[in-house]
Design a protein around this ligand. Structure first.
Ligand SMILES: [Zn+2]
Length: 120
């Protein structure tokens, strides 16, 4: 991968990282605020708990994504970016355009997902 392309993906990743951190902060605060506004009946409580779990689920997904983004940035530094960490083939640049934090090529990813080893 040439320097300009690497730089392109690095900027993409950094922008993504910033967005994820902001989203995480917002969602986390929202989830924490739920159920902390005074007296509620049981239905309210159940509803809030339900929402809280959904929100925390999203926080979890974002947190995972953030970790992958960080790892991808690390791979750019180490000059191993854009290479599948499983089979060491180059990852299709079109895939990286959509998923700049991709660790696996399409084949390895679907293989690992089938085995239930990865979520993203
Ligand atoms: Zn692979």
């Amino acid at each position: 991968m040439d320097k300009a392309t690497k730089e392109h993906f690095r900027e993409k990743l950094l922008a993504m990282k910033k967005e994820l951190i902001e989203a995480l902060n917002n969602k986390y605060n929202e989830a924490l605020e739920l159920g902390s506004d005074g007296i509620q009946d049981t239905a309210d409580e159940a509803y809030n708990l339900y929402n809280k779990n959904i929100m925390l689920g999203r926080v979890e997904t974002d947190a995972l994504k953030l970790r992958l983004v960080d790892q991808a940035l690390q791979r750019i530094e180490n000059d191993t970016y854009g290479v599948c960490i499983e089979c060491e083939e180059e990852i299709n640049p079109r895939r990286l355009e959509y998923v700049p934090f991709a660790r696996y090529c399409t084949e390895c990813k679907s293989e690992l997902e089938k085995k239930g080893l990865i979520k993203m």
